[in-house]
Design a protein around this ligand. Structure first.
Ligand code: ZN
Length: 179
């Protein structure tokens, strides 16, 4: 199995970055093993970038086959630290996007659609359904994936509609089992 390479670390907060970097590396190895992903996954931990996102994933697709040839995950370390977000859910959220892409746009296939349908019946969905970005199927899938994998949610995440209360998530979790 290919080792994950943290390509660049443009950061000043050394200790936090090392621990984020380790978490990211082991999460990537786990997801590659679980889903038998052969596509290289590159990771970057960066600092001082613009915008408000804490993590971002780019999937480079082959122009003919539309299959991914490379994924690049970026975590924005300083923002994660400042906002005190749950690093595990951020990492798993980004990896959820990779799983989605690897499965050829999971959210357009029956198993992924079942996850989205279950999400639309939850309380948490009511908070985000007016949000063009958060209510995108790929985003909702990544969120469900993150909660399923990290198993942890903060009150803040639940309040903002980025995560589900345990009970509210039950039906979604059941559908995630097939993914
Ligand atoms: Zn996302």
């Amino acid at each position: 199995m290919r080792k994950v390479t943290i390509v660049r670390q443009h950061t000043r907060s050394g200790r936090v970055v090392r621990s984020h970097s380790r978490k990211l590396q082991s999460a990537i190895l786990d997801v590659k093993k679980k889903y038998k992903i052969k596509t290289p996954i590159e990771a970057e931990i960066i600092d001082e970038s613009k915008g408000s996102s804490l993590g971002h994933t780019d999937s480079v697709l082959d122009s003919k086959t539309k299959k991914p040839v490379k994924h690049i995950v970026r975590l924005e370390s300083s923002k994660i630290k400042k906002e005190g977000e749950n690093i595990d859910s951020i990492i798993h959220h980004e990896l959820g996007h990779i799983v989605d892409k690897e499965k050829g746009d999971m959210v357009k296939k029956p198993k992924g659609k079942a996850v989205i349908a279950a999400i639309k019946k939850t309380e948490a969905y009511k908070k985000i359904k007016g949000d063009k970005y958060a209510a995108k199927p790929a985003e909702m899938f990544a969120r469900a994936y993150a909660q399923d994998r990290s198993g942890k949610t903060s009150k803040k995440e639940v309040q903002s509609g980025l995560a589900w209360e345990r009970k509210d998530f039950k039906s979604v979790k059941a559908k995630m089992k097939n993914v």
